[in-house]
Ligand binder design. Structure first.
Ligand SMILES: C[S@@+](CC[C@H](N)C(=O)[O-])C[C@H]1O[C@@H](n2cnc3c(N)ncnc32)[C@H](O)[C@@H]1O
Length: 286
């Protein structure tokens, strides 16, 4: 079992160049100025829910879209975006960085007209919580651009109630969660015995949100090439949820790696302590 948990601080000069290019396009197309949040708050379609829409620049500055990724996508690598919305980032890859359109797949529920018009047969409508389509293709990257939390949050669930207990060393549940995470995720701390593991699985499976998150990650994992990456931007896994998902993935699909990238200037403090909110969170298929 191996986990890479490097704190990869950005940034390479080439990443900065991509950021400039994205900024130039924003200026060229007279898009509203933006910081790290939304370009627009709806897709100009009154029928659709009013989701925030993020720019390519946002994902580049988060190092969710990297120079290395763009370089590979320009050749033969492929990407599926789940919850692509208006697909600013995905269209930027094609229009701004000259990635062949056939290497990018977009998907959403419902599919936004602009994305469908641009990506044509590479646009698919499905819910990440349901059955995923058979793409007859494995991807190098599956990205959830600010969609994972919203998508899985729609599940009927009891919430992540273990959240409040994790740091409470006095509580037996808190102590158990901490022990499991330290042993299974951080590779430090004491071994966990079978009865502790059983109790942990039982606790976690009481939360339908975590089985929902596991479903989404598993569906993505199956559609990934070896050494492919699942990139989640805007997740808020708790440590124990992450330990649970990684253990289950390993049980069913083999080794996975984890990577957290902490862009120096965009780390959100909102989730610190309670959740693993380093952006983006990457699962790597071994
Ligand atoms: C905050 S928006 C982000 C959109 C786009 N990726 C961006 O960066 O601008 C969240 C997106 O998640 C999509 N979404 C919500 N629930 C989903 C589900 N169950 N399956 C797939 N996509 C979903 C929404 O339709 C929406 O487009």
């Amino acid at each position: 079992m191996f986990y890479r948990v490097p704190l990869r601080l950005q940034e390479k000069p080439l990443q900065r160049q991509m950021s400039f290019l994205a900024q130039a396009r924003i200026a060229m197309h007279k898009l509203p100025p933006e910081g790290d949040v939304a370009l627009e708050t709806s897709y100009h379609d009154p029928q659709l829910p009013k989701y925030a829409s993020f720019s390519a620049l946002y994902y580049i500055n988060q190092c969710a879209v990297t120079y290395d990724m763009a370089r590979r996508l320009k050749k033969t690598a492929t990407m599926l975006s789940v919850g692509s919305g208006a697909s600013h980032m995905e269209r930027f890859l094609v229009q701004g960085l000259k990635v062949p359109k056939e290497n990018i797949f977009v998907s959403d529920i419902p599919l936004v007209e602009r994305a469908r018009n641009f990506f044509g047969s590479n646009s698919v409508e499905f819910s990440m919580n349901g059955e995923w389509p058979d793409f007859r293709h494995k991807f190098d990257y599956i990205i959830f651009p600010q969609s994972f939390e919203i998508g899985t949050g729609q599940l009927h669930n009891k919430g992540s109630w273990t959240n409040d207990l994790f740091f409470d060393k006095e509580s037996p549940i808190g102590a158990l969660l901490y022990k499991i995470v330290a042993s299974k995720l951080w590779n430090v701390g004491a071994d966990v015995d079978d009865s502790e593991m059983k109790e942990f699985l039982h606790l976690m499976e009481d939360m339908s949100i975590i089985t929902g998150k596991l479903h989404v990650i598993s569906e993505a994992m199956i559609r990934l090439k070896n050494r492919g990456k699942i990139i989640i931007v805007g997740s808020s896994f708790t440590w124990e949820e992450l330990a649970y998902v990684v253990m289950k993935l390993e049980e069913n699909l083999g080794t996975v790696g984890l990577e957290f990238i902490i862009p120096s200037d965009t780390q959100s403090s909102r989730y610190v302590n309670r959740t693993v909110a380093y952006n983006p969170l990457t699962f790597i298929k071994a």
